[in-house]
Design a protein around this ligand. Structure first.
Ligand SMILES: [Zn+2]
Length: 59
């Protein structure tokens, strides 16, 4: 599990919606790594327990 900043809704007004911070499991991080130019993760950070323990993309 990693806490990542991903590309969100670019038409949104707030930076928090444009670049939301979410938890992603290791499988989803690895899948994103394989996407090349189409990757969705902007920044990978250490897992933040305050964010919960659910993968944003698996739910
Ligand atoms: Zn996942």
């Amino acid at each position: 599990m990693k806490t990542c900043v991903i590309y969100g809704d670019m038409s949104a007004d707030s930076a928090a919606d444009q670049y939301p911070t979410v938890n992603l499991c290791n499988d989803c991080v690895a899948t994103d790594d394989a996407q090349g130019e189409n990757h969705q993760i902007v920044i990978k950070q250490a897992y933040d327990h305050n964010m919960g323990d659910t993968c944003e993309w698996c739910v």
